[in-house]
Design a protein around this ligand. Structure first.
Ligand SMILES: [Zn+2]
Length: 316
């Protein structure tokens, strides 16, 4: 059973956030941070992919869950995960029955968008590894969710029970993963400090209600998503495609912030367009009201980034 008091997470970390100049890239390809024993958060660099997704690894006594494989080829991620699994097994006070090559790894996805599944191929030939498929049938079958999306199903890692349930709205296959051991609720691209792209507003309304009720009922401590796109100025996001985000908020949100996100969406769900709130920007629909301003600003950002170092040249 999980402890009464969740294991505290070390969320006070300066994440890699890209390099000021495209001509002088300084980030490592991955940043690996241990939030707690057996709880690892990995970020891909903005120098490699503007998506710079966060990837969660949860390790239990019998198996581990990797949530997402990132936005680029997964070779480096695979190396990092292999090292983390080996470290975890060798750090156990009770020597486990598992060698690194027999300890199971489940590779699942917060949802099927390309920036969350691009590294899958690097895990295809990994021993003792299951890579969950991308379509809704495959996701439901793997986790045993018969009543989608409302049913909360257990997923056991070995002395580390998780809860999994469907959270459609951003994408039809989106899942939430709850780790009672640490009080962490992973919400993928459905809730995070950034642009929440709404594919199905009615589904997202219901999903946010269920997420808030779940988080309050289960005493969730931390809400975590896959990206950070906001600045530290409330209501202001970095441009789409930004490669350098020195003023980022933490990827972790509180349950109070989650509830505020739910309340905010209720006021704009039926209005296609871009709607700004303190912690998130809702992009409702895929029409010109959303795409034109996002892409215009992205283009300006690209030009500004290319010209930036020239402008700063002495005497220039
Ligand atoms: Zn994403």
């Amino acid at each position: 059973m999980p402890p009464e008091q969740p294991v505290p997470l070390d969320t006070d970390v300066r994440w890699i956030h890209g390099s000021p100049s495209p001509r002088h890239r300084t980030d490592p390809p991955l940043q690996v941070h241990r939030l707690a024993p057996g709880t690892v958060l990995i970020r891909q660099s903005k120098d490699v992919t503007f998506e710079a997704p966060f990837i969660l690894l949860l390790l239990g006594e019998h198996r581990a869950l990797l949530l997402d494989t990132g936005a680029v080829d997964g070779t480096m991620l695979r190396q990092a995960v292999d090292g983390l699994v080996a470290d975890w097994l060798s750090s156990r006070a009770q020597p486990t029955a598992y060698a690194p090559e027999s300890y199971q790894l489940v590779v699942a996805h917060t949802h099927a968008h390309g920036d969350h599944v691009a590294g899958d191929a690097a895990f295809a030939d990994r021993p003792a590894t299951t890579v969950v498929g991308h379509d809704l049938d495959a996701v439901r079958r793997f986790f045993g969710i018969t009543n989608w999306p409302g049913q909360v199903v257990p997923f056991e890692l070995g002395r580390r029970p998780l809860d999994v349930f469907g959270i459609p709205g951003h994408h039809p296959t989106s899942i939430a993963v709850h780790d009672p051991t640490t009080g962490l609720l992973h919400t993928g691209d459905t809730v995070y400090p950034g642009r929440i792209y709404v594919d199905d507003p009615q589904a997202l309304l219901a999903t946010l209600d269920r997420l808030v009720a779940f988080a309050q009922d289960r005493g969730v401590r931390h809400v975590l998503g896959c990206h950070v796109e906001m600045t530290t100025t409330p209501g202001r996001d970095h441009p789409l495609g930004a490669r350098y985000q020195p003023d980022e908020p933490s990827p972790f949100m509180t349950v109070a912030q989650l509830a505020a996100v739910r309340d905010a969406f209720g006021t704009v769900a039926d209005r296609p367009g871009i709607h700004r709130f303190d912690d998130v920007v809702f992009c409702v629909g895929q029409g010109p009201r959303v795409l034109v301003p996002l892409q215009a600003r992205a283009l300006l950002e690209r030009v500004r980034r290319q010209l930036g170092p020239l402008r700063r040249r002495p005497g220039g």
